[in-house]
Design a protein around this ligand. Structure first.
Ligand SMILES: [Zn+2]
Length: 363
């Protein structure tokens, strides 16, 4: 039996430079080292990707709170700067490589990692996985390398090379088994997932960070992508598993104000039949079937949810009886349940219809 209550956060890094010029993909060695130390100080165990997958297959136990370190794209600073720091802590990690970005490839310039460096990392037990061939938005039938719009059959062939070809090349050049695919920019759709499944990938990774649980779907595991000017991403990630209760599925509380609720938190409305609305688009990708709206005194109500706009709405049709009304909006985002609560006041006797005082509703 494995511990099904364990949780894992996955971090994604790119380049390690002392002078940050591209804060969205770079971090200083000092900041990186401080983060690695913080994991240790907080008792978060760094595990390898293959241990994470073995746990998901119920083959291996992992500690209750874990992190997986992943590094994308294949820059030489990953070998020269990040690896020595990770070694200091005894941390293992995963390299997500796009094959044309390795030295000698179409995008493999002087800052690129070399096949020899990758082989050395492999020999030291590091995990090397796939990140496409040319690192483009795989949803679009346009090849930026040849600057050509692709016909449907050309697009299929191109996708095969980006997804399956990349895996084959890494496996052949390095003599390894590749079972993970990090989609470039996290952009994917059902077709891309299907090709990845058929290519033999066991897990797919996106850039939408969330704690990974035993039941998180393997075909879109979110990673916390660390950027130099957004230290909050790392802080949030460690906080997420640091405060998780274990056992029950983790619920992330979302501040209601970020959902622009109507009526607003603390507002008093002059109708017992208000229209309740909120916008979930700030939360991220929402599983449309998971949206649930609870209204105190009514329970779960048949709210509408528009995935395009993120708007959840419900017109109250049965008069609210209490002076205050609490709304609980919950939804699943990735594998994680998010919840927002807010309360508004209801002023009685101002709707024009005469209402006799109601008894306190029973619980
Ligand atoms: Zn990338």
């Amino acid at each position: 039996m494995v511990d099904q209550t364990a949780q894992v956060v996955i971090f994604g890094y790119h380049r390690f430079v002392s002078n940050v010029r591209h804060p969205d993909t770079e971090i200083t060695p000092a900041a990186f080292e401080a983060q690695m130390k913080e994991l240790k100080d907080r008792g978060i165990t760094v595990i390898g990707m293959q241990d994470l997958l073995a746990w998901k297959r119920s083959e291996k136990n992992i500690p209750p709170r874990c992190a997986v370190i992943t590094i994308d794209d294949g820059w030489k600073s990953q070998y020269e700067v990040a690896w020595p720091i990770l070694k200091k802590f005894g941390y293992t990690f995963t390299m997500f490589i796009y094959t044309e970005g390795v030295r000698g490839g179409h995008f493999g310039g002087g800052e690129a990692i070399t096949w020899e460096q990758l082989a050395e990392m492999r020999d030291a037990g590091m995990d090397i996985e796939a990140h496409s061939a040319t690192h483009q938005d795989l949803r679009k039938p346009y090849d930026k390398v040849t600057k050509r719009r692709l016909s449907p059959p050309e697009y299929e062939q191109w996708l095969q090379n980006e997804i399956a070809g990349c895996k084959q090349l890494l496996e052949q050049r390095l003599g390894i088994k590749v079972n993970c695919f990090a989609v470039p920019y996290g952009f994917h759709n059902e077709h891309i997932k299907e090709i990845a499944r058929n290519a033999g990938y066991e897990a797919m990774f996106t850039v939408y960070g969330q704690p990974i649980t035993y039941t998180s779907p393997l075909e879109s595991l979110g990673r916390y992508m660390i950027e130099a000017n957004k230290p909050k991403v790392f802080a949030d990630a460690v906080k997420m598993i640091g405060t998780s209760t274990g056992g029950a599925a983790a619920i992330a509380e979302v501040g209601a104000s970020s959902l622009s609720p109507q009526p607003a938190d603390g507002e008093t409305v002059r109708t017992t039949l208000p229209l309740i609305r909120a916008n979930l688009s700030a939360v991220g990708e929402i599983d449309p079937g998971s949206v649930q709206l609870r209204v105190s005194g009514l329970g779960v109500v048949p709210a509408s949810y528009d995935p395009k706009t993120g708007v959840v709405a419900y017109q109250v049709t049965q008069k609210l009886r209490d002076k205050t009304c609490t709304v609980i909006l919950s939804a699943k985002s990735g594998g994680k349940k998010v919840e927002a609560h807010w309360t508004f006041g209801v002023e009685e006797g101002t709707t024009g219809t005469s209402t006799s005082p109601m008894p306190t509703p029973k619980k």
